[in-house]
Design a protein around this ligand. Structure first.
Ligand code: FAD
Length: 468
């Protein structure tokens, strides 16, 4: 078997892996990245964040054209060319993955295409695409092998009409009737795309509300805004899924479940993601992996084995690209001998739905759990000039959560148009330990949606005098 040696081996080229590899190379470490696919970028660039946002952009344009009728502009019904939409999405992905390739080459990070399996705590075997094997001997290793859609034993995943998010992103067809199992961000983003393209979408959730973990006041605005887009079947469990010639026959049970079975043209299974930790041969090492495939690490991203690190989805929630990137940087710097830790004050989360939902720091649910004496200050966009002018007032709210005693900001959430872009200010305020006065005294431009953040702080301070 062919053998190569390197100072750092990175397994997986998602946001965590490529960020770690690039930082290692920038710090003067000889770095090899092993990735099973030909392109760098992992789930996020190839079948996650980026293609989904390209499709959501397309859907947004269609929605905005519908909305403007109220203001006297009428468009014909859109003619939808599904092939062109898929091409647009793939073009965006190609530009970004091509850019990553160039950055890797520039830094002399070597990309070996193949599947890595640990032989011991200093080497992996890589099965190349031509079937040959290469041994990579490393001084340090960063595992960034990510996660995959959770599969359920009672679901016949092999039927092509039963989709995971990767299938949904292919946009090969627009099913007349689509069922989404699960009320999380990924399912709702894809549901937003397909409902805009013409699918009738049912969403089955076990609990009472979509996006569990999001505060009720925020999710209620979202749910109300989407009452015509989705048929949300709360407190509903799926009992059986039977592929038939004329569709996928699904039976449900539960408080709000349909009594009779329903025939769907496609079913999107969006029940979360499972870490890939159990597929790497880690049993040949002392790295700790739990039953669900999660790898245990300390606050320097080091596993129980001192020269093996793990980052990104494979170490757990929140399974988000920006978390993986920052962890990648920390792991690389620790290997280079820096005294750094991964201890963020906040990790933002965004659902790019219509409207968007964005949050950072603590939710009310978190604050209650932590026993913090908190106070909420919310600003409804009904009082925002910019929101009214843009016809997004009724679906927007900015909410800040303060520690009642110190007046320090401990969390924030925004539901509304461009909430994801607006969230940056809240993230920075949390990172900088801002209190209500810092935010209230910051001059926000008028008329903007972000002035709603200043207004919420002023309401908390009791200094609000006029409304924009
Ligand atoms: P991954 O991106 O999962 O990459 C892991 C890589 O490792 C893969 O390329 C895989 O092929 C490779 N690999 C695995 N095992 C091996 C092996 N044995 N040998 C070689 N290679 C291997 N996050 C956001 O922050 N914002 C979003 O808007 C967002 N949208 C999403 C939309 C969808 C539809 C999905 C599915 C996810 C989305 N995410 C989003 C989540 C985001 O994609 C992940 O959190 C992120 O990709 C995790 O990065 P990672 O580096 O941990 O691993």
């Amino acid at each position: 078997m062919n053998e190569v040696k390197t100072q750092v081996l990175v397994i997986g080229a998602g946001p965590g892996g490529y960020s770690a590899a690039f930082r290692c190379a920038d710090l003067g470490l000889e770095t090899i990245i092993v990735e099973r696919y030909s392109t760098l970028g992992g789930v996020c660039l190839n079948v996650g964040c980026i293609p989904s946002k390209a499709l959501l952009h397309v859907a947004k344009v269609v929605e905005e054209a519908k909305h403007i009728e109220k203001a006297g502009i009428f468009y014909e019904n859109p003619k939808i060319d599904i092939k062109k939409i898929a091409e647009y999405k793939s073009g965006v992905v190609k530009k970004l993955t091509g850019g990553l390739d160039a950055m890797a080459k520039m830094r002399k990070v070597k990309h070996i295409q193949g599947v890595a399996k640990f032989l011991d705590e200093n080497s992996v075997e890589v099965e190349l695409i031509n079937g040959e094997k290469t041994k990579v001997i490393f001084e340090n290793c960063i595992i960034a092998a990510g996660s995959q859609s959770t599969k359920m034993p009672f679901i016949p995943h092999e039927d092509p009409r039963i989709w995971d998010s990767t299938d949904a992103l292919e946009v090969k067809e627009v099913p007349k009737k689509l069922l989404i199992l699960g009320g999380g961000i990924i399912g709702l983003e894809m549901g937003t795309v397909y409902s805009t393209l013409g699918s009738q979408v049912d969403v089955a959730i076990r609990g009472e509300q979509l996006m569990t973990g999001t505060d009720k006041d925020i999710i209620n605005i979202y749910t109300k805004a989407n009452k015509d887009r989705f048929n949300i079947m709360s407190k509903t469990q799926t009992q059986s899924i039977i592929p038939k010639q004329d569709g996928i026959y699904v039976e449900f049970k539960g408080e709000n479940a349909p009594k009779d079975g329903v025939l769907y043209d496609a079913v999107l299974v969006a029940l979360g993601r499972s870490a890939n930790g159990n597929k790497l041969g880690l049993e040949n090492t002392n790295v700790e992996v739990d039953e669900s495939g999660l790898i245990k690490v300390d606050n320097q991203l080091r596993t129980k084995v001192p020269n093996i690190f793990a980052i990104g989805d494979i170490i757990g929630q929140p399974m988000l690209a920006h978390k993986a990137v920052h962890e990648g940087h920390v792991a690389a710097e620790v290997i280079a001998g820096h005294k750094v830790y991964f201890e963020p004050k906040q990790i933002p989360s965004i659902a790019y739905t219509f409207p968007e939902i964005a949050s950072a720091g603590m939710s009310e649910i978190d604050a209650k759990k932590a026993g913090i004496d908190y106070e909420v200050s919310s600003f409804s966009w009904n009082a925002s000039g910019r929101a009214l002018a843009s016809d997004v007032a009724s679906t927007g709210m900015t909410k800040l959560i303060f520690d009642k005693n110190t007046k320090q900001l401990i969390g924030g959430a925004i539901v509304g148009e461009n909430a994801g872009e607006l969230l940056g200010e809240i993230s920075l305020a949390l990172e900088m330990d801002c209190d209500a006065e810092d935010i209230a005294l910051t001059i926000h431009a008028h008329p903007t949606l972000h002035e709603s953040i200043g207004m919420a702080a002023e309401i908390f301070e009791g200094t609000i005098t006029d409304l924009p």
